[in-house]
Ligand binder design. Structure first.
Ligand code: AMP
Ligand code: FE
Ligand code: FE
Ligand code: ZN
Length: 307
């Protein structure tokens, strides 16, 4: 019998109330999460979640095993992936739902993009070395194991070698988006990413829209309007980092623009965002109602019917 970690203390009275809810954003050890896809499904079943989506960064590799386990346990597993999209001055994350798990061209393109990560990761390693923290790309690979190699693994190496006291310090001082050893990934631009997702008849949804970093809700709406013109179908309004104002504001924006609303915890596990629990987010009543599936399925229909 697997035992699952208890929800964080601050979930308090909400801890047992996830029956019939969903969680459409989480990571496994195939990207930067701590748990296997199967474990996430088992935990979701234990929590009473009706449906989940596994949304690893830039890879669909875990999805078939998650779906298989979901069949066994009666949890609907929606194919998902979280694609890194490049913007001038940063990145944003685009969720894609309901691609066909047998669509090998979809994964093949994601792999090409992932290969471009290597170029960028090597630049970061080089810059850190030049800043007096010699590390090698091999050490980073070793840290990543099977996972898509990324900054969290670089942070872990910096911590292990004693250059920083914690992984968070590694980000804050050296490799966060605005830090001296950061380099952008050469990946999809927004228009290209949306076209790619729609070509594969999947449903593109903006992950955690607050991190589009447009400033306030007004600016965010303007940008979402542009993304909608390029094929965007939804936005993740229900997200642990969104306070009530952002959640309500994004739901209104979705209604005005004709976008569907989704939600998820962005659970990673391990030492990444340890305050976030599967299904519960950061607690305090966070949960995603199963009604979001109605909208998502309507969007799926749109995605399939479009040429
Ligand atoms: P990468 O895809 O290699 O650019 O790494 C992105 C991942 O690094 C995110 O998914 C987070 O897990 C982590 N990350 C990015 N920025 C920060 C930050 N400022 N503090 C802590 N973790 C971060
Ligand atoms: Fe992540
Ligand atoms: Fe994300
Ligand atoms: Zn995520």
């Amino acid at each position: 019998m697997t035992t699952f970690p208890p929800p964080s203390d601050f979930n308090g009275p909400h801890a047992a109330s996830l029956a019939g809810c969903v969680d459409l954003h989480m990571h496994s050890c195939l990207s930067d999460g701590a748990n296997t896809p199967e474990y996430l499904v088992e935990w979701a079943a234990d929590l009473g979640l009706k449906a989940i989506s596994l949304t690893d960064h830039d890879t669909t590799r875990g999805i078939k095993q998650a779906i298989r386990r979901g069949h066994e346990l009666g949890v609907e597993v929606i194919p998902g992936v979280e694609i890194s999209v490049k913007l001038s001055g940063g990145t944003f994350h685009l969720l894609a739902y309901y691609y066909n798990p047998d669509d090998t061209a979809f994964e093949a393109t994601l792999r090409e993009i992932a290969a471009k990560r290597e170029t960028r990761n090597r630049k970061i390693v080089q810059a850190l070395t030049e800043h007096g923290m010699p590390i090698t790309y091999e050490e980073v690979l070793q840290e990543a194991g099977e996972a898509v190699v990324g900054r969290p693994h670089i942070a872990a190496v910096l911590e292990r070698k004693g250059y920083v006291a914690s992984r968070q310090e590694a980000f804050d001082k050296w490799i966060a988006d605005d830090a001296p050893c950061y380099f952008e990934k050469d990946t999809f631009g927004p228009e290209q990413a949306l076209r790619f997702v729609r070509e594969h008849k999947a449903v593109p949804v903006i992950a955690h829209p607050i991190w589009l970093n447009r400033g306030g809700l007004d600016k965010t709406e303007e940008y979402l309007k542009q993304l909608k013109a390029w094929g965007l179908l939804g936005l993740e309004a229900i997200y642990p980092d969104h306070d009530e104002v952002w959640t309500a504001g994004l739901i209104e924006i979705a209604q005005r623009l004709g976008l569907v609303v989704t939600g998820g915890s962005d659970y990673h596990g391990g030492r990444t965002k340890p305050q976030v629990t599967l299904g519960h987010g950061e607690g305090g009543g966070f949960k995603v109602p199963a009604t979001v599936l109605d909208g998502l399925q309507a969007a799926r229909k749109v995605a399939r019917e479009a040429a």
